[in-house]
Design a protein around this ligand. Structure first.
Ligand code: XIL
Length: 728
């Protein structure tokens, strides 16, 4: 039986916070459909592969599950496959092609003509003298025909020319010792020999060899204003001249801060004017501020990645894919450049991909995969108003009528600002700097109604939002926000009814060697003489959860207001509520199995109850005492009531586990058991437990709170419901 209690406790505590649910429990982010299946109505999903990727069964399994397009990372590049005149290295190139043929995966052919990793022998004759462009074209044509003919059965698109345009930031350049306005073209050997004609020739040769393949011009930094226009102008000019360019490849070597969605969309929309096919050919997101396709970059630092960096990357992947989906009319493929961080050409310490260095899926994979097409189209209603919990005169945070929350933080020199509040499964809401240098952002969707704790993470440091008040949660005073709930009247102040009051009681606790504090709700009329007598009241001892304290129920729990309203509406007879600190905050997660609530039991029964019963007009005995608690306070309630059934006659677990009849053993020891939780928690567990208790002869009641999780609206509702059955 002891074992059963422990397991129940562990489960109860594991549900304390969704994030905590993941502590110590490995999450398999690859569980679910493959990316290719999730995106079947949008575009194909590709990956660049090397030799190892197609040799190791575990990696092969990832490729087959997630991807329906493959690019050879290096094996098909001219310098690799055709290093000398007449010398062909088909070995690895063929094995990648055969792997794809065998597995029914189509390929992107990368690449036929490039300034880097190129067959440079094409530029010189046997004596090392430069050849005429006609000779070069002959060689290039032979190369393209050979490669295309060998693989076109398995290839659906070719990167015919790669990176022929110049980068931004070079308005002038030196040509023959003179400074001249920079050419729009990269000053490659190809360009120097042939001008931009080599581009046209390469596309013509590819078309001759493959009349149906999609022929792509591929480049990096396509979202840069200058480069975008240079690519646009070149492709437009070529197409007008009849060059068979079918589409543009945007490499997509980005980072966690860049590009902005608007900038990316600008490029997509611009290219849409001249092509109806765009491939995102080489996607990866560095965790530093570098970007682009040049081989000059830092390889990251060999240290563990801070969690907020992971959040920024997840958010950036989410934003980019949302834009890709929006433009699915023109985007036909998105390819990740490499399978895992271990393979990445950027080095493992840049952590750029959705699979980590051990080929384990990161949360990014789940976020990219489990998108919500409805949310993609959703625009929040612009009826945001300042949240009632804001500091005086503060406009932000704001909430709209649908429950979206909007934040604004002034931190002009910050690199990143994350609000910990957001839709489930994400690390929060990542704010973006607006044109005035102010960080703003709106939750991706409506938040659950009720109260939420949150904080800001600014460049990895944790801060409160100066716009709103602070509430004790997570063992510290955190920011809080209130999302209007449909039933919010039951915890709203009413001017037309009498109000009780909450007193702070400080007392010396011998067992802890400290002063302790309890907040005591006294109903309206407490202490008044009625017919020469003062009324005495039963007492509910009401506990908070992990990370909270004696202020949590009175402030964010609104326990006093709920009591006032219940009493005024005649739903309950007045009683006292004692909200004390439950010693939960020194508890370390991971030691849940050792949590006994013994210290709190001593404090509560030997110290607090005597103080309360001495100082206040209480009715005594177990039938005038109730013990209830939320979350870890529920665990305390369960442990203490089972050990000391002679002290309390009414028991309540609020998102804090369940009782089983054989743990109690005797229906006469307890007059009423309450168990509740949010419908996003463990409703089945509550329903079953309540049914079992009833069947065993207990007076048990359950409440499943609609549309809420492990948060205070669940517990406000629980208190409202439970209070109506206490002391009857
Ligand atoms: C990279 C490969 O990933 C590296 O292994 C190699 O050393 C250099 O090239 N743009 C491109 C790709 O078009 O072919 C490059 O691939 C990355 C930048």
């Amino acid at each position: 039986m002891k074992k059963r209690i422990m397991t129940g406790l562990m489960l109860a505590c594991l549900s304390i916070l969704p994030t905590m649910a993941q502590w110590g429990r490995p999450v398999d982010y690859s569980a679910g459909p493959g990316l290719k299946d999730a995106y079947k109505d949008y575009f194909t999903i590709g990956v660049a592969v090397n030799k190892h990727n197609i040799s190791d069964p575990a990696q092969i399994a990832i490729i087959k599950k997630q991807f329906n397009s493959v690019t050879a990372e290096n094996a098909w590049k001219p310098g690799e496959i055709h290093p000398k005149e007449g010398v062909w290295n088909f070995g690895l190139a063929d094995s990648i092609a055969n792997f794809c043929r065998e597995n029914g995966i189509k390929m992107r052919g990368h690449c036929l003509c490039w300034h880097s990793q190129f067959a440079d022998w094409m530029f010189t004759d046997k004596k090392g003298k430069p050849v005429k462009k006609e000779v070069f074209y002959e060689r290039l044509r032979d190369h393209i025909h050979t490669v295309v003919n060998r693989y076109k059965d398995v290839v659906y698109a070719w990167d015919v020319v790669n990176e022929a345009m110049a980068d931004d930031g070079r308005p002038f350049e030196f040509v023959d010792g003179k400074m001249v306005p920079a050419s729009p073209y990269r000053q490659s050997r190809h360009f120097k020999l042939c001008g931009d004609e080599f581009i046209a020739k390469a596309f013509e040769f590819a078309r001759e060899a493959d009349p149906t393949g999609v022929l792509i011009y591929n480049d990096y930094s396509c979202v840069d204003n200058g480069k975008r226009e240079r690519i646009y102008n070149m492709v437009k000019k070529m197409k007008e001249a009849g060059v068979p360019i079918d589409g543009i490849g945007m490499q997509g070597h980005y980072n966690i801060y860049f590009p902005e969605e608007e900038q990316l969309e600008k490029a997509i929309n611009r290219f849409k004017e001249i092509v109806n096919t765009i491939h995102i050919t080489e996607l990866d997101l560095r965790t530093n501020t570098e970007s682009g396709g040049q081989l000059m970059f830092s390889r990251g630092e060999a240290k563990p990645q801070a969690p907020y960096i992971g959040t920024l990357q997840e958010d950036q992947y989410a934003r980019l894919f949302k834009i890709f989906r929006k433009h699915k009319d023109v985007i036909k493929n998105v390819t990740f450049w490499n399978l895992s961080d271990k393979d990445s050409w950027l080095g493992v310490n840049n952590h750029p991909l959705p699979f980590d260095e051990n080929f384990k899926a990161k949360r990014s994979l789940q976020i990219i995969r489990d998108f919500d097409p409805v949310a993609d189209k959703r625009v929040p209603k612009e009826d945001f108003v300042p949240n009632p919990m804001n500091q005086p005169g503060q406009e932000y945070p704001m909430v709209n009528s649908e429950g979206f929350a909007r934040f604004r933080v002034v931190a002009p020199d910050a690199k990143s600002v994350i609000v910990s509040l957001g839709l489930g499964g994400r690390g929060g809401t990542v704010l973006r700097k607006d044109k005035d240098g102010v960080w703003t952002g709106t939750t991706e969707g409506p938040m659950d109604p009720g109260f939420h704790y949150y904080h800001l993470t600014i460049d990895g440091g944790v801060f409160n939002d100066p716009g709103t008040h602070n509430y004790f949660g997570s063992c510290r005073w955190e920011s809080g926000i209130e999302i209007p709930a449909p039933d919010q009247d039951f915890y709203a102040w009413r001017k037309d009814i009498p109000h009780g009051n909450i007193q702070q009681v400080n007392f010396w606790s011998e067992s802890t060697g400290k002063m302790q504090t309890a907040n005591v709700y006294l109903p309206y009329g407490y202490g008044k003489l009625v017919k020469g007598k003062q009324e005495r009241y039963p007492v509910l001892y009401l506990q908070h959860g992990w990370g909270e304290n004696e202020t949590s129920w009175p402030v964010q729990g609104k326990a006093g207001i709920i009591m006032d309203n219940l009493i005024a509406d005649g739903k309950i007879k007045p009683f006292i509520v004692v909200m004390a600190y439950g010693l939960t905050n020194d508890f370390k997660f991971g030691t849940i199995g050792q949590f006994t609530a013994k210290e709190f039991e001593t404090l509560l029964i030997d110290e607090l109850i005597p103080v309360i019963e001495k100082q206040f007009l209480t009715k005594e005995g177990k039938w005038n005492r109730a013990l209830a608690g939320l979350s870890m306070g529920g665990m305390e309630t369960k442990l203490i009531t089972l050990r000391r059934p002679e002290v309390f006659g009414y028991w309540g677990l609020l998102s804090g586990g369940q009782y089983a009849p054989d743990e109690i053993k005797d229906p006469k020891v307890v007059k009423y058991i309450f168990e509740g939780c949010g419908d996003k928690e463990n409703p089945a567990g509550i329903n079953k437990s309540v049914a079992d208790l009833k069947a065993a002869g207990y007076n048990a009641e359950g409440l499943i709170s609609e549309g809420t999780a492990h948060e205070f609206l669940t517990w406000r509702r629980c208190l409202y419901q439970m209070a109506q059955s206490l002391f009857k």
